[in-house]
Design a protein around this ligand. Structure first.
Ligand code: UD1
Length: 418
C-alpha cells in the first residue's frame, strides 16, 4: 500500500513552480473531442485524473500522446460515444465529457455519476440545460442515454446555482449548436474562462466568461489548436499553507495572483506578508499564525471550497479560534476526524468547523478520505513533530503533481513509500 511518510517540523522555505490547473485541464481535454483535428495542450500536470481523461479519449477513438507537460490529442478518428462505467467511476468529473461528446456525435452514453466523497453530487442542472438544447435523456440501469434527434440548438438557460460543471457542459454543447445560447447565473471561475479561451482559439464564439452572463454563438465545426493551461490556484494555496504553518518564506512562480485574491486575504489575516509580483507570489509567515475571522467558502471570486481543508489544517496551529463555514458542498468534513489524530482541536456542526488553535501538533498515521482532505493531512503532518504516515494517497495523486518532490524541494523531510 502506497503512503507518504513525513518527518514534520521543518520550516518550509524556497521557491516552487506551480503546476497547471487540474480543473482546467480536465474540461479542456474533454473539449478536444469537439475539435476534430490536432490539439496541443501545454502545462498539463501529471495527475491520475489527467491519465483517466486520456484513457477516456483513447476509448472514444482519439489519438493521445503525452510529451513532457504537453498532451497532443487528435480526435479526427473518434468512433465511439460511450464512456464505460469503470472510467466514469474513476473520475466523477468525467461528466464534463457529456456536452463535448453530444456536440461532436449527437449521442452520448455515460453512467450516472451518483454520490461521492463530498456528499451527493447531482447533475440535474447539466441535464436540464442540455434538454433545453434538444437533448433527450433516458436513464436506464444506471446509465444516461442521451441523443439529440433534431440536432443541438441554442437556448436561454438560467442556472439556479452557478455550477462550474454545468456551465462547462453547456458551453461545450453550445459551441457547436445551431444558433445562440445565453447562460444566466453562469459560474465565473477562472477555469471556465480557460475553457472558453481554448474553444475560441479553435474557432468557437464564446463571450462574457468571468461575468455571470455567457453568450455562445454556435459554429458549424471547430479546428485543432494549441493552448496553455492556467496555473492551479488550489495547488498554490496548498504550498502557501504549508509554508505559513511552518513559519517559512515561499516564492511561488507561475501563479495568477488575480485568481487568489480571496485566498491571499486569509493568509494576510493570519499575519503573513503576501506580495504578488506579476506571475509570482512571495509569502513570509510569522513565527506563529493568528486566528482569522470567519472564512466562508463561496463561488468565485469568493473563497474557494477546495481551499477550505487546506486552510483549516493551517489554522489548527494558529493562536486563537477560527471559524470556517462550508457553503458549497454538503459533506466536506470527513477528513476532520483524521486531522484530529494530529491533536487538532476542531468541532463541527453541520457545515461549520470551529478550529481552536493549539501550539503543537503531534505526528500521526492518517488516511485520506478525498483529494483536498488528503492535502490537509499532509499539511498537518508537515507541521507536526515526529514521523507521520499518510495512506490512501491515490486521492492526493488525483490533483497534485509530484507533491513529495515539491515539498522536499522547499525543505520538507517527506518521501513516498510504494
Ligand atoms: C467543480 C470543481 C471542484 C470544485 C467545485 C466548486 C472540477 C473538476 N471540479 O466541481 O473541484 O470544488 O467546482 O468550485 O472542476 N450542483 C447541483 N446540481 C448540479 C450541479 C451542481 O445541485 O447539476 C451542486 C453540487 O451538489 C454542489 C454545488 O452545486 O453542492 C457546486 O457544484 P459545481 O459547481 O457543479 O461543482 P463541480 O463542477 O462538481
Amino acid at each position: 500500500m502506497s503512503a507518504i511518510i513525513i518527518n514534520g517540523g521543518n520550516r518550509l522555505s524556497g521557491e516552487l513552480n506551480i503546476q497547471g490547473a487540474k480543473n482546467s485541464v480536465l474540461p479542456v481535454l474533454a473539449a478536444t473531442v469537439l475539435c476534430g483535428g490536432e490539439c496541443v495542450i501545454h502545462n498539463c500536470p501529471e495527475l491520475s485524473d489527467v491519465e483517466t481523461s486520456i484513457r477516456i479519449l483513447a476509448h472514444l477513438g482519439c489519438f493521445c500522446l503525452r510529451d513532457g507537460n504537453s498532451i497532443i490529442v487528435n480526435s479526427s478518428g473518434m468512433n465511439s460515444f460511450e464512456i464505460p462505467d469503470v472510467l466514469m467511476r474513476e473520475m466523477r468529473s468525467s461528466v464534463v465529457f457529456l456536452g463535448a461528446i453530444i456536440g461532436r456525435t449527437g449521442r452520448a452514453v455515460i453512467s450516472s455519476p451518483g454520490g461521492c466523497e463530498l456528499g451527493p453530487r447531482p447533475i440535474d442542472l447539466h441535464l436540464d440545460a442540455l434538454s433545453k438544447m434538444g437533448v433527450v435523456i433516458k436513464e436506464e440501469r444506471g446509465f444516461l442515454n442521451c441523443t439529440a434527434p433534431g440536432g443541438l440548438h441554442g437556448a436561454e438557460i438560467h442556472l439556479s446555482f452557478p455550477s462550474v460543471g454545468a456551465t462547462e457542459n453547456i458551453i461545450l454543447a453550445a459551441a457547436v449548436a445551431k444558433g445562440s445560447t445565453v447562460i444566466h447565473n453562469a459560474a465565473k471561475e477562472p477555469e471556465i474562462s480557460d475553457l472558453a479561451d481554448f474553444l475560441n482559439s479553435a474557432g468557437a464564439r464564446i463571450y462574457g466568461c468571468g461575468s455571470d452572463t455567457i453568450e455562445i454563438h454556435g459554429v458549424n465545426s471547430l479546428n485543432g489548436t494549441e493552448h496553455t493551461i492556467i496555473p492551479d490556484r488550489i495547488a498554490a494555496a496548498t504550498y502557501m499553507a504549508a509554508a505559513a504553518v511552518t513559519g517559512g518564506t515561499l516564492t511561488l512562480n507561475n501563479v495568477m495572483p488575480s485568481h487568489l485574491v480571496a485566498v491571499m486575504w486569509v493568509f494576510r489575516e493570519c499575519g503573513c506578508v503576501v506580495e504578488p509580483y506579476g506571475k509570482t507570489i512571495v509569502l513570509r509567515a510569522p513565527e506563529r499564525l493568528k486566528r482569522v475571522p470567519t472564512v466562508r467558502s463561496q463561488v468565485y471570486p469568493g473563497f474557494p471550497t477546495d481551499a477550505g481543508p487546506i486552510v483549516i489544517a493551517m489554522l489548527t496551529k494558529a493562536d486563537g479560534t477560527s471559524v470556517f463555514a462550508e457553503n458549497i458542498f454538503q459533506n466536506r468534513f470527513r477528513y476532520i476526524d483524521e486531522l484530529r489524530r494530529f491533536g487538532a482541536k476542531i468541532k463541527t456542526e453541520d457545515r461549520v468547523a470551529v478550529v481552536e488553535g493549539v501550539p503543537r501538533l503531534s505526528a500521526a498515521d492518517a488516511e485520506c478520505t478525498d483529494l483536498r482532505g488528503g492535502a490537509a493531512l499532509v499539511i498537518a503532518a508537515l507541521a507536526a513533530n515526529g514521523t507521520s504516515e499518510i495512506t490512501q494517497i491515490q486521492h492526493i495523486e488525483r490533483g497534485y503533481d509530484n507533491i513529495t518532490g515539491c515539498f522536499s524541494s522547499i525543505g520538507a523531510d517527506i518521501s513516498l513509500k510504494k
